[in-house]
Design a protein around this ligand. Structure first.
Ligand code: 3HC
Length: 314
């Protein structure tokens, strides 16, 4: 079906805004495919933030000091807030967070593979902050320049809080590696478990990424999966050296010619398996999310009743 003149003009204006590196706002005309891609990415990002509360949430009651408990509580609460900002950004595209949550718990939408790995020791709290939030920062800072206004603005606040998340994790690990041999071994063991899943957070290799080229053309993604993965490796290797921790990749080596670290290929079959539901914790994470959502029904009903009452008073 040929586009009407109006649509051609609207498409042209959209393309001019993208080409000028300006922002598309909710009231602007946008191609349906652009809207759909944004809903997909922002919703899955929001789901990741909410599911991501589970691994660390399990350690709040077992934190070794009041200070550590307060820091971890603040971080987990931040993740809930990140989810709320992102669901709010998604809702500017005409979807509803209840509908998105239903798609999450029924497996119709994804969340980041990294949260399907268990947090087995207290060192995981530090390594999740250091590696997972560190990877999130690499991936999220460019999103502050996303062409869709509400997403970019949500990311600016989220990235400020992510840097606290990464720093508190690294500081926790500094305390542990300067502690006993057993604590140092805990940090090494945790790093061995989380290193490769952290590299997989950036998505499949560019050659296997069906969304990257279009998302780059629309200014949604500013870098490819492989570019951001490389940036994360280059940033993290010196940090591991400062901790005295060995990253579990014998292929890791500085390449003077490239000006980057060479590293081995992650196991992409593992990423695909975890994405399709066969990770260590997939069923547990979704069951927990569904239970929390069901148990929160009365809160949503009470808030809606209160809003109706306020409305009727106007
Ligand atoms: N886990 C789950 N699914 C993944 C994935 C991963 N690590 N990597 C890729 N995928 C999925 C994609 O969603 C896509 O599936 P879909 O088309 O059904 O959505 C498919 O695999 C192919 O991947 P692409 O690279 O083509 O997809 P994208 O262009 O969307 O790139 C992405 C994937 C890099 C994750 C991108 O969506 C993105 O940058 N999202 C925003 C950031 C985000 O969601 N980060 C997740 C972690 S949030 C977090 O870390 C919170 C912090 O507080 C700890």
């Amino acid at each position: 079906m040929t586009a009407t003149l109006d649509e051609q003009e609207l498409q042209g204006r959209f393309e001019d805004v993208i080409a000028a590196d300006q922002r598309i706002e909710p009231r602007d005309w946008m191609p349906e495919a652009y809207r759909r891609t944004l809903v997909r990415q922002i919703a899955q990002h929001a789901h990741s933030e909410i599911i991501g509360m589970q691994p660390e949430g399990n350690w709040i009651l077992r934190a070794p000091s009041l200070r550590r408990k307060a820091i971890l509580l603040a971080k987990v609460q931040d993740e809930a807030g990140h989810g709320m900002y992102l669901y709010a950004a998604a809702e500017t595209l005409g979807v509803d967070r209840a509908e998105l949550t239903d798609k999450l718990v029924t497996g119709k939408q994804k969340y980041s593979s990294i949260f399907n790995y268990p947090a087995l020791s207290y060192a995981d709290v530090g390594v999740i902050g250091w590696l997972v939030d560190g990877a999130a920062i690499c991936n999220q800072v460019p999103l502050c320049r996303c062409s869709y206004g509400p997403y970019a603005r949500a990311m600016i606040r989220i990235c400020k809080e992510e840097s606290f998340h990464q720093r508190q994790g690294y500081e926790l690990l500094l305390a542990m590696v300067n502690g006993t041999d057993a604590q140092r071994e805990m940090v090494q063991e945790s790093t061995n478990r989380f290193w490769w899943p952290s590299l997989m957070m950036f998505g499949p290799p560019d050659a296997d990424s069906p969304n990257t080229s279009q998302s780059m053309a629309w200014g949604i993604k500013r870098h490819t999966n492989d570019e951001l993965r490389q940036r994360f490796v280059d940033m993290t290797v010196p940090q591991a050296e400062a901790l005295g921790i060995t990253l579990p990749d014998p292929g890791l080596a500085w390449n003077e010619e490239r000006g980057h670290y060479d590293f081995s290929e992650p196991d992409w079959t593992e990423l695909q398996a975890v994405i399709s539901g066969s990770g260590p914790c997939n069923a547990q994470r979704i069951a927990h999310r569904k239970r929390a959502h069901d148990e929160g029904e009365w809160v949503r009903e009470a808030a809606a009743a209160y809003a109706r009452k306020q409305e009727s008073r106007r």
